[in-house]
Design a protein. Structure first.
Length: 124
């Protein structure tokens, strides 16, 4: 799976400018756009390692754990006005389309379309 800088910033809950600078270092580009993506395997080692008392997890990359926790929170973003207005996840929240199952994506799409109709009063 590949992610752009906004999606990584959303997952890590960090400012997108900080992540954009990190992408510039990794990709060795002058200007980073939303189309520039990095594979998660490469990202895994760039954002820290787990410090744990459990030897099974000690030294593993921290990024996959952030991804797992992020996946659990997708329902919290179904009420954001920007997502309702677009009838889809926007910005860094597009990462949900990459990590959710097809059933969860269908749930999100129908839920956002229903809320759009409620808020804006327009047919879908």
């Amino acid at each position: 799976m590949t992610l752009n800088y906004r999606e990584v910033a959303f997952v890590l809950n960090k400012p997108s400018t900080e992540i954009k600078n990190k992408f510039q270092e990794l990709l060795k580009l002058d200007k980073i756009t939303m189309k520039d993506e990095i594979h998660t395997d490469k990202l895994s080692w760039e954002f820290g390692l787990i410090k744990s008392v459990d030897k099974r997890y000690d030294g593993l990359p921290l990024f996959p754990f952030y991804m797992r926790e992020c996946k659990k929170s997708f329902r919290n973003y179904l009420n954001e006005k920007s997502n309702i207005k677009a009838k889809k996840f926007t910005g860094g929240k597009t990462v949900f389309y990459k990590i959710l199952t097809p059933e969860e994506i269908e749930f999100c799409n129908t839920n956002l379309a229903y809320k759009y109709k409620e808020v804006f009063g327009k047919s879908i």
